[in-house]
Design a protein. Sequence first.
Length: 128
Amino acid sequence: MDMNSYSEDLTGNFDTNDINQNKGVSIVAYIPILFLIPLFGAAGSPFAKFHSNQGIILTIFAVAVGVSEFIVNLILGWIPIIGTLINVLLGLVLGISLLGFMIYGMLSAAQGNAKKLPIIGNLIDIVK
């Protein structure tokens, strides 16, 4: 199945000039916490705001990943081998998914597309 079927493409809602002028700054939004750069650096750009919103969602996801790994480690860390194995596997799966979302968002912005992140992209809409 094509990955595009998992994410909503809103590219047609944005002005071509806005997209071309703000592609570069929009890429940065997918590095957790750096969503602030396009949010304030290109404040008048709906395209940059869209990618900032997706970056906020990704940052929240990254924090949730860190907290969940910490909690799992607290709960299962005392179990020799199995606890460590579960924690490592969870960290690997969540870390790879975080990296995948980052790459997907960066490529979308670089190509001038406004595609929501798969699975997590519709969770919240903070930036208007």
